[in-house]
Ligand binder design. Sequence first.
Ligand SMILES: [Zn+2]
Length: 295
Amino acid sequence: MTEGGATLEESVRQRARAKLAEADQLLRAVDEGWAPPPFDPLLVALALGIRCAPVAEPWLEDAMIFVQEGRPTILYRPERPRARTSFNIFHEIAHTLFPDYLSNPRYRHPRRPRLFEPEGRLEYLCDLAATEFLMPMDLFSADLKASGFGAGRAEALATRYGASLEAVCLRMMEVDAESCALVLVEPRRQLKRGEWRELERWMELPPQGGQRLRATYAVLSERFRREGLTFPTCLALGQRNCLDRAARSRKLVAGPERLELGRGQSQDFYVEALPLTTHPSRRGRVPVLGFFYPR
Ligand SMILES: [Zn+2]
């Protein structure tokens, strides 16, 4: 989809950059302490004439924007994790890039619309813009160039931008500095033994006992795609693989891995497995992001 030559996505990112530049210029002039990143969403909103009010209303999932007495107003839940609150407020600011928020007296999201619904498309574009507000691409890619790509850089970047580890890793993939597949593996999303057995039969996987993990998603860098590589979301790995070790130890684990692709095919990778939390989990394993670099 294009708008004046640029893709719609790129034009939304451009609009977000212009808005952020407008706020940045104003804040630099009036606030000596303003030295982003991180970009404080409350200050950015203030500079753009948007009112923000914390509320503890249980009906409010994360945040919402509406017009009150002619002024855009964002309500948000302050007790959510900080990185999530920042992203949510930037998402609501992003709604002001589109005219339709003005016609909604109370722009509420009781249920997040699916991508194929018209509102889902808008939500997706607001997420794109929110990411641009939180981690402007020119700054972020310069930082990544200076520090180098990889799971080991994620924590410092997350602190620098006030973003979550997962958001930072997804942003890294957009920079496309490496040939890499990024996967999220969550203990609660795993298949049952019987479901795996069916899948193993269909994929013609070797019957011996490696470990099977299902990825919640897999994101491929452009370079990875250009090499003509694909990546399965059902991962057949060795018994003591990096992802599982990181999920249990809650520490970054790296090393070589062979991934069975089924029907006699396999692919060698160097893997970095990054746990998304250091807090223990009742399940004995925590969610993990895996960086797979083909070898
Ligand atoms: Zn929204």
